[in-house]
Every structure is written in structure tokens, then in C-alpha cells.
Design a protein around this ligand. Structure first.
Ligand code: ADP
Ligand code: MG
Length: 434
């Protein structure tokens, strides 16, 4: 009708009214177009929803999957893919998060991936919630860390941003410490010890080995070669409040003593001299065997203990290393199930792990504040790592918080992110000029 009207007007009226009319017509047409486009899109979405539902008839999570996907479609993705030419930022405390890929089992069970990593330092967790009328909606929790690694990042890329900058620290006479934190099954051992192929672990791809490679490259530089510096390795496990040497047969228990100057000593801990990467790999493999011997699953007991791998820089004629690098594969942080467990032993272990992880957080906070009060006696873990938290600027710490991508891990994942965020929050305050 508008078109006919327009033709009529065109024939008789002045040019200005034609212009006015034609602009009205254009506006009407634009609105009409918009409406049609919107309807087409809605129809498309409905079709897609139906298709998704019918394609996934047995998937109770299709609705969540769709909500997450719709949200993700609007995100500008620019995840971390390579090390910047300037290298990684060197800070006293670095806090990162690594998301592991979905496992085969999760994919088979049609688990929903609720973690988005839009950029190199941000992360969003989509939590499924119910409104009062029981309609579902997603709550998007946004977090910021020094680095965020998505499921496509390799161990090498993670290493380059986290542990590699710490190698310098050790050669400058400081104590560098790198922690893998997170729930059991989130990828701590994969990151620290190396990729699994079934039950076999390839130690060459873990942070321990990658660090060892760089340590020997540094040691070969004339400065250290001429000094006659050497490297020693230790590998031990903290289970409850007990320390076990992983480099001796049947992992004997060791005593931890504190001398009058608050120096903490692990009595009789093996300090194996090493001269090349292969030596270190052999030590790691030996330690891992001790760690998991007599267990049906790698994760049963090892998830309830902290494993500490250390490399020390030793100058000739000295007993104690002048610089140290410690890598800690922490016990799983999930404790929910334990509180309901009838087993007293399990509950005690859980409480001990909780205590040590809280003490760890407090000690890192103390380090970032250069606080003179260090609550290291709060647990065996912080006691044996006391050196890592004192001494101010020359000591550096990195925490890699590992998370599982699945919807069913949402609570543990949120706990992990909040814990990591507490450490980061203090770092941010530190940098604040006020
Ligand atoms: P944790 O030590 O935290 O309990 P693991 O390192 O044993 O967890 O990882 C659990 C499973 O997930 C292992 O089978 C491991 O191979 C796999 N996995 C973990 N992280 C990754 C990753 N980034 N890429 C591929 N597989 C991974
Ligand atoms: Mg593990």
C-alpha cells in the first residue's frame, strides 16, 4: 500500500514532500526488514534448539549446553597461544589458572564445559542456577589472573609463563617455588610430572623436566661452570604430618627438626647429585614409582599427599644449596565428601590437608606483604618450605591453579578459583601505589 501511495505522490507533489515520504518509506522498510530478520533468527534458534534436543535425546544437559554456547557466541576470543617476545612477566608472586580439556569419559557422558577463557588473563565460569519459579539461568563469574591457560595450551606454554622465569631466581641465590593446586583429577600431576598416555607418564613433558633442562643450560654458562657449581635433587612426599623420602627404597619416614635459629631441617633427606637432564628424569621416575607403589589407582593416595621436587644450586665446599627451586604437586583440595565420610582416618587426613592449604595461603600472603610474621608452623608443608616464604624480594612464588571444565565440578572449581583469587587479590593491592 505504501508503494502505491508513493507512486501517486511522486506524480503530483513537490520534490521536498517526495523526499520526506521516501525517508518514511525507507524507515518503514528498515523496520520491516529488521522484524523479518529477527523472526528468521528466532525461528532458526528454535529449530536449532529442537535439533539439539532431538540430536541429544538422552542428554539432560542440552539446555545448559545451549545457554553456555549462546553466551560464548558473543565473546571476543583472544586466548593465550604463544609467549610474547618480551617473555613472561617476572613478579614476586604469580597466580595462573589452567583449564584441562574434557576427558573421553566426560565427552561420552555429554558433560557440559562451563569454563570460558576469553583472553590471556581472564576466565569466566558459568554456574547453573534456578530462579524462584525454577527456570534455569546462568550466573557468569568473571575472574582475572596473571595468566589463564585454556584446554589447548601445552605443558610447554604453561611452563614458559610460570616456572621458567623462576630458574633465574635460583641462580641469583633465591628460593623459587611453584605450586600446582586444585581438585583431584584437574591436571596437577599432568602439568608437573608430564603427560599421561594411559597409565604411563612421559616425564620429559612435565614442568620438572622442562625446568631441569633450563637449569643445566644455565649451569653450562661460563660464569657457573668456572665457579664449579653443581646441582642436587630431592624428592619427598608429605602425607598428613609425616615426611617420606621418595628417593630411597620403601620411602622411609624422615624427621623434621627446627634448630635454634628457626632453620627447618629434614633429617637424612637424600640430595642426589645430578649432572644432566637424564639423571633428573631417572630420579623423577624412581620417586614416582615409590609414590604410587602398592596402589591400584594413581590418584587414591597420591591425591592425599603433597609431593615436593627440589633442585638446589651447590657451590663447591658448601653443604647447603645457595639457591633452590621447589615444585609442589599439592594434595587435592576437594574436601566436601570427606566431611561425610565415616572413616576417621580419612576425615583426619582431610582436615590436615585443609589446614596445610590454608597455611600455604597465609604464608604466600605474608611473603607478598614482606611481613615479618610468617605463620609457617601452621602445617608440615609450610614448615618444610619455610625458606620459600622468607627473605623478601629474592624469593619468588608461582601458583598454578588447575580446574576441571565440567558442570559437575562447579563447586570445587569455584573454590579453587576463589582460593587463587585471594592470593592474586593481595598481589594487586601490593602493586597499588596507594
Ligand atoms: P591430578 O594430579 O590433579 O589429580 P592428573 O594430572 O592425574 O590430575 O589428571 C587427571 C587426568 O586428566 C589424567 O588422565 C590426565 O592425563 C588428564 N589431563 C589433565 N590435564 C590434562 C591436559 N592439560 N591435557 C590433557 N589431559 C589432561
Ligand atoms: Mg595427581
Amino acid at each position: 500500500a505504501i508503494n502505491t501511495e508513493l507512486t501517486a505522490v511522486k506524480g503530483t507533489s513537490s520534490t521536498s514532500s517526495v523526499r520526506r515520504c521516501s525517508s518514511v518509506v525507507r524507515e518503514v522498510e528498515r523496520l520491516k526488514e529488521q522484524r523479518e530478520r529477527r523472526r528468521a533468527m528466532q525461528a532458526e534458534q528454535r529449530k536449532e534448539q529442537c535439533a539439539l534436543k532431538s540430536k541429544d535425546p538422552g542428554n539432560p544437559n542440552w539446555e545448559v549446553a545451549l545457554m553456555v554456547r549462546n553466551y560464548r557466541d558473543q565473546l571476543q576470543l583472544n586466548p593465550l597461544r604463544y609467549l610474547s617476545p618480551r617473555g613472561a612477566r617476572v613478579q614476586q608472586i604469580t597466580v595462573c589458572v589452567r583449564k584441562r580439556p574434557m576427558s573421553r569419559r566426560e565427552l561420552q557422558a555429554k558433560a557440559v564445559d562451563i569454563i570460558s577463557v576469553p583472553s590471556r588473563d581472564s576466565l569466566i565460569i558459568h554456574e547453573l542456577r534456578n530462579k524462584v519459579d525454577l527456570t534455569k539461568f546462568l550466573e557468569h563469574h568473571k575472574f582475572r589472573f596473571d595468566y589463564t591457560f585454556d584446554e589447548q595450551c601445552s605443558n610447554t606454554l604453561v611452563y614458559e609463563h610460570t616456572a621458567r622465569p623462576l630458574i633465574r631466581t635460583m641462580f641469583e641465590g633465591g628460593n623459587a617455588t611453584c605450586f600446582a593446586y586444585g581438585q583431584t583429577g584437574s591436571g596437577k600431576t599432568h602439568t608437573m610430572g608430564g603427560e599421561f598416555c594411559g597409565k604411563v607418564q612421559d616425564c620429559t613433558t612435565g614442568i620438572y623436566a622442562l625446568a631441569a633442562k633450563d637449569v643445566f643450560a644455565e649451569l653450562a654458562k661460563p660464569k657457573y661452570r668456572d665457579m664449579g657449581a653443581s646441582i642436587t635433587c630431592s624428592y619427598f612426599e608429605i602425607y598428613g604430618s609425616k615426611v617420606f623420602d621418595l628417593l630411597l627404597p620403601d620411602k622411609p619416614m624422615l624427621r623434621v627438626l627446627e634448630d635454634g635459629r628457626q632453620q627447618v631441617v629434614i633429617c637424612g633427606l637424600t640430595k642426589m647429585p645430578v649432572t644432566k637432564v637424564e639423571d633428573v628424569l631417572a630420579i623423577i621416575e624412581q620417586g614416582n614409582r615409590e609414590r604410587t607403589s602398592g596402589q591400584t589407582s594413581v590418584n587414591i593416595k597420591s591425591s592425599r599427599s603433597h609431593a615436593v621436587f627440589q633442585m638446589g644450586l651447590l657451590m663447591p665446599d658448601q653443604w647447603e644449596p645457595c639457591g633452590k627451586c621447589s615444585f609442589v604437586d599439592l594434595a587435592g583440595n576437594e574436601r566436601g565428601a570427606d566431611t561425610q565420610s565415616a572413616n576417621l582416618q580419612t576425615r583426619r587426613e582431610g582436615a590436615e590437608i585443609n589446614k596445610s592449604l590454608l597455611a600455604l595461603k597465609e604464608c604466600i600472603r605474608a611473603l607478598s606483604r614482606h611481613s615479618s610474621h610468617l605463620p609457617f608452623r601452621g602445617s608440615k608443608l609450610t614448615q618444610v618450605l619455610r625458606d620459600s616464604f622468607i627473605g623478601g624480594e629474592q624469593n619468588k612464588t608461582c601458583m598454578i591453579a588447575m580446574i576441571s571444565p565440567g558442570l559437575s565440578s562447579v563447586e570445587n572449581t569455584l573454590n579453587t578459583l576463589r582460593y587463587a583469587d585471594r592470593v592474586k587479590e593481595l598481589v594487586a593491592k601490593e602493586d597499588d601505589p596507594l
